[in-house]
Design a protein around this ligand. Structure first.
Ligand SMILES: Cc1cc2nc3c(=O)[nH]c(=O)nc-3n(C[C@H](O)[C@H](O)[C@H](O)COP(=O)(O)OP(=O)(O)OC[C@H]3O[C@@H](n4cnc5c(N)ncnc54)[C@H](O)[C@@H]3O)c2cc1C
Ligand code: SF4
Length: 326
């Protein structure tokens, strides 16, 4: 780790002011809790001319419980506040579980919801010091021409490893983005693309200001499970969220999302076709096959790719069986 590089620090008090600053300085970076960005700066991965500190924004950490059963969460909500909030615990406890599973207690007291959703992708060839990366001629994600994980390919496979996105994806959350010119709502799934070097679809000058979680469907149950190398504090080697509605033992809706396995949080395709089925061994085998086909863990972490694939599939089966009451 190096000392932080020189930069100008600005502390806006409104989201509009933050968006205007971002618009005025293309080389500016947003910083919320700093638990993802600051280690990256200290590794020399980025050299922003300006940091825009979001921690002083008014009403940026509000939790609003709607009369319809939905929730709106400010992007500045810390993971520890999110884990302890009574409205979240009552309406979407799986999100509180996911927040509690992220990083360590010190990180969670500073880390934010917005920073968690917008965190950088990770790779053993990228989260390294400048001299280490230079000795390896850098890589496609920053400064080089080859991906060391897939040298024949032309894209980066660094893994998205955030804990909150899977739960928010399975319940159909939307995010509100603000720029100097406009605000817009976007389904969370559309915030991401399958490219580890540019995994966010945020337009230049946009910041994420709110997350809206719709009222749950009648009978919806939702859970989150994470596997990691160090239980006390670690990114997921694979993690899964499941949202399920059953009626008389048959699936009405089933959504599954995974983290740690792809360059973006993966909302599993093909689960709609399982409506009407019971959660039995045959169904669990079909779900396992969907997971195995769609996850693409690469050699971007210290855990072997095929192991992560197997863990993703086993975690999904276990969680689905538990939620289904089996
Ligand atoms: C040792 C360690 C362990 C960790 N373990 C985990 C883990 O288990 N699970 C996990 O999910 N994460 C983990 N993290 C990563 C990080 O702590 C979390 O992702 C955290 O939630 C990031 O939030 P932050 O507010 O600190 O983000 P920051 O570091 O402030 O920002 C992260 C990125 O998001 C951008 N950003 C921040 N806020 C916004 C916004 N409102 N709109 C647009 N862009 C924004 C920043 O520009 C930056 O690019 C770990 C980090 C460390 C150092
Ligand atoms: S997956 Fe390839 S391009 Fe991406 S960070 Fe790793 S080595 Fe670099």
């Amino acid at each position: 780790m190096h000392a932080l590089p020189e930069f100008t620090l600005r502390r806006p008090t409104t989201a509009a002011e933050a968006a205007a600053l971002l618009d005025s300085e293309p080389k500016a970076r947003l910083v919320a809790g700093g638990t993802d960005l600051l280690p990256n700066l200290r590794r020399g991965l980025e050299h922003p001319a300006m940091l825009i500190d979001l921690s002083g924004l008014r009403d940026f950490a509000a939790v609003t419980a709607g009369a319809d059963g939905g929730l709106t969460l400010g992007a500045g909500l810390t993971l520890s506040a999110l884990a302890d909030d009574p409205a979240i615990a009552a309406r979407l406890p799986a999100l509180a579980d996911a927040a509690r599973a992220a990083a360590g207690p010190g990180h969670r007291s500073a880390a934010t919801l917005g920073g968690n959703l917008c965190q950088d992708t990770r790779c053993v060839f990228y989260n390294q010091s400048e001299w280490w990366r230079a000795a390896n001629s850098y890589c496609l994600k920053r400064g080089g021409t080859t991906c060391h994980v897939a040298p024949q390919g032309e894209r980066c496979h660094a893994a998205f490893s955030g804990d909150l996105a899977p739960v928010l994806l399975v319940v159909g959350a939307q995010v509100e983005l603000q720029s100097a010119r406009a605000t817009r709502w976007l389904p969370l799934a559309q915030l991401y693309r399958d490219d580890g070097a540019a995994h966010l679809t945020l337009a230049p000058g946009e910041l994420l200001i709110r997350v809206r979680i719709p009222a749950p469907a009648r009978g919806l149950v939702c859970g989150y499970r994470k596997a990691r190398v160090r239980e006390a504090m670690d990114f997921p080697l694979a993690a899964v969220a499941v949202a399920l509605v059953l009626q008389q033992g048959r699936i009405v809706t089933l959504n599954i999302a995974l983290s740690g396995t792809n360059a973006h949080p993966l909302l599993l395709a093909g689960t709609q076709a399982l409506a009407g089925e019971a959660i039995d061994a045959n169904l669990l085998a079909r779900v396992a096959k969907l997971v195995q086909q769609q996850v693409s863990p690469m050699r971007s972490t210290v855990t072997p790719s095929n192991y992560r694939r197997q863990v993703a599939s086993a975690l999904t089966q276990r969680l689905l069986r538990e939620l289904g009451g089996g």
